[in-house]
Design a binder for this molecule. Sequence first.
Ligand SMILES: [Zn+2]
Length: 124
Amino acid sequence: MTEMITLQSVVCPGCAQVLPIDNQGCPKCGYEDNTAGRILALDEIMKLPADDQAHTLNDVSPAFIVAIVNAARAEKPTTATLVEALEKLVLHYSNPEITHVDYRVHACKSAEQALAAYKSGVQP
Ligand SMILES: [Zn+2]
């Protein structure tokens, strides 16, 4: 599957087909959510009460679970800190206020911080 899935995407719980928000069930496998009137987006499903008997999502495909995980990974800006740090390095290289020695020290420190944040998965 090459399409970018986010938590705002609608993914058919029956066959993991990506569907439009405004859908009338899944045309591929026929899955319907008769309570909501359409198959809900992942973030809408996640907001449903855990004990909601009308939305027990019987016969959930393992591919649906994979779709949720992929959506969660797509939402997480894991490379944002690295890109930001690299952009700063490029930006400040030509700054006449910063000596080459200072630049070198700051470049290394920025890279270390960005790598640490990336490896821990925590945004600074
Ligand atoms: Zn389907």
